[in-house]
Design a protein around this ligand. Structure first.
Ligand code: U2P
Length: 228
């Protein structure tokens, strides 16, 4: 009897350890949205539209990324749970609209979604399955409505330049939280609004102030908001 109990405890410990290896923990999520005009006219990228057509002139989702408070992040956490489009068939038209791939060659978007799920989503299996991961991220895009927040402050994607502080203030006013802004450069070397980072708590339910901002190249104090 005693040895059976010991065996059971041993198996339970092994099972918990295996689970820990698959679903590494993390501290919060970055929710990252991109301005397609800045992706498409940057000096680094060419861009292609989905086979279903040119996306609307709106921010689109890049991803929802589990992160650690020290700025590092886990990736590719579970090769046994590959992207499966059949699990999100009810979300596909919403995904095409709000999470379109802009990379070339032109494609149906699945390779981008698969990359985001496998690199980032699999590290959040302690809170999300594939359907809730994509559904939650789509909901965040609606909730934060960056373009509306910027337009309310008179900041439009018209190719002119705006103060970085005014852009951050407008997004804070609209979403309630301080964003991190990532810039890239257009082909003439002008700093332009590329990606907006907001943060979500580790339960995946609430926006929060970011515990840490990404390191990397800063924007100028005046940045272009390119057309798309
Ligand atoms: O910054 C370049 C790419 O690194 C990945 N990244 C960056 C910061 C972070 O906190 N998490 C993260 O994943 C992104 O890679 P992707 O998801 O595009 O493969 C980002 O584009």
């Amino acid at each position: 009897m005693e040895s059976k109990c010991l065996l059971l405890i041993y198996l339970l410990v092994l099972q918990s350890l295996a689970l820990l290896c698959v679903s590494q923990d993390f501290d919060f999520f970055y929710f990252v949205q991109q301005w397609p005009g800045a992706y498409c006219d940057s000096d680094k990228n060419s861009c292609c539209y989905l086979t279903t057509g040119k996306p609307a002139a709106d921010f689109s989702i890049h991803g929802l990324w589990p992160n650690y408070n020290d700025g590092s992040y886990p990736q590719n956490c579970d090769s046994n749970n590959p992207f499966d489009a059949s699990k999100i068939s009810d979300l596909i038209s919403n995904m095409r609209k709000n999470w379109p791939s802009l990379s070339c060659p032109s494609n149906d978007g699945e390779s981008f979604w698969s990359h985001e799920w496998e690199k980032h989503g699999t590290c959040s299996e302690s809170v999300f399955d594939q359907h809730t991961y994509f559904e939650t991220t789509l909901g965040l895009k609606q909730q934060t409505n960056l373009l509306k927040a910027l337009k309310a402050a008179g900041i439009e994607p018209d190719g002119s330049s705006y103060s970085l502080e005014n852009i951050k203030d407008a997004i804070k006013e609209g979403s309630g939280y301080t964003p991190w802004i990532e810039c890239n450069e257009d082909s003439s070397g002008n700093s332009q609004l590329y990606q907006v980072y907001l943060c979500l708590d580790k339960s995946g339910s609430n926006l929060i102030e970011c515990p840490v901002f990404p390191k990397g190249k800063r924007c100028g104090s005046e940045i272009e908001f390119p057309t798309f």
